[in-house]
Design a protein around this ligand. Structure first.
Ligand SMILES: [Zn+2]
Ligand SMILES: [Zn+2]
Length: 298
């Protein structure tokens, strides 16, 4: 007789039965998350405690302090009430959530209803974002919003690294004279701001030219919902998305060290990842293979 030889569960199988999120380094940054068009998108940078979109509130994202929502579609923002509820239950302090201005009112209404249902007051702060608004995550990093083009109000976000370096004319001066100059209000440092990571959420290709820093981001994490002839560029645009065929001619204008493609349609899941990579190798010029990274679609 064949069958299970033990009643206990194999821990590895149990882990596989759940939803596993990707976790990997890229161009000096650590990423974790999941992304699949119309199903879920949440991409976190744990070292900065910042998460872009929240999908259905996946457990990896509970630990973050800052959440930036690109737009209100459920596959990106649907989990917010649960996320806030979980954070409150675990005494994480008020979640700081940033979103397009038009989304704040409806989200407050939804959260008010959940607080009524749960008979519990959540602690959280919703912040209205608009293009060019900057939010500091810590002394050396801030997030800046840029316009994107989707069927409902939407934004993209860039993490900037800000560094201070003593101006050349002050190098060699003793610390007390520098402190004196500073006290007098003189700017003694050169400030450099480097766009390290840009995240688009859902958008048409026009986002690329909404702000020039986006094309200079070290890592450009952008949606590419469709990648082949099965769906046309017109179809992608009709639904407010980007097609790989629109991105290919733009690659020469993008300075990014890595281009991370997210939000692929679930139609590309069949046949496994290797099948997908083979198809992409035929479409993307070999000189770009090192630079373009496909976020594992799950
Ligand atoms: Zn989406
Ligand atoms: Zn959307």
């Amino acid at each position: 007789m064949s069958g299970p030889t033990s009643l206990s569960l194999d821990p590895l199988q149990v882990r596989k039965a759940g939803l596993e999120w990707a976790n990997f380094p890229l161009a000096g940054l650590q990423f974790e998350g999941l992304s699949l068009s119309g199903v879920r998108t949440a991409i976190g940078l744990p070292q900065l405690s910042v998460c872009f979109d929240v999908a259905q509130a996946l457990p990896f994202s509970f630990k973050y302090n800052h959440y930036f929502l690109s737009h209100g579609h459920q596959d990106h923002a649907g989990g917010l009430p649960y996320l806030i509820s979980q954070k409150n239950m675990n005494s994480h302090g008020p979640a700081q959530v940033y979103m397009p201005t038009d989304l704040v009112g409806p989200m407050e209404e939804i959260l008010a209803l959940w607080q009524k249902i749960e008979d519990h007051q959540y602690s959280y702060e919703l912040h209205a974002m608009k293009p060019d608004r900057e939010i500091f995550l810590n002394k050396g990093h801030f997030v800046k919003a840029f316009p994107t083009v989707h069927r409902i109000p939407s934004l993209g976000y860039t993490v900037f690294e800000q560094k201070k370096k003593l101006k050349a004319e002050f190098i060699g001066r003793d610390p007390s004279s520098l402190a004196h100059l500073k006290a007098e209000g003189q700017e003694i440092d050169d400030i450099t701001q480097v766009p390290a990571f840009s995240f688009t959420g859902d958008t048409q290709i026009e986002f690329l030219y909404s702000r020039d820093w986006v094309r200079r981001s070290r890592v450009l994490c952008m949606e590419s919902t469709y990648i082949d002839d099965v769906k046309s560029v017109e179809h992608a645009r009709k639904w407010g998305h980007t097609h790989l065929f629109e991105l290919l001619p733009e690659l020469k204008n993008i300075e990014s060290e890595k281009i991370l493609l997210i939000h692929l349609s679930s139609r590309y899941g069949g046949g496994g990842l290797e099948n997908l990579y083979q198809r992409l190798r035929k479409l993307i010029p070999s000189s770009e293979w090192e630079r373009i990274v496909i976020f594992p679609s799950r």
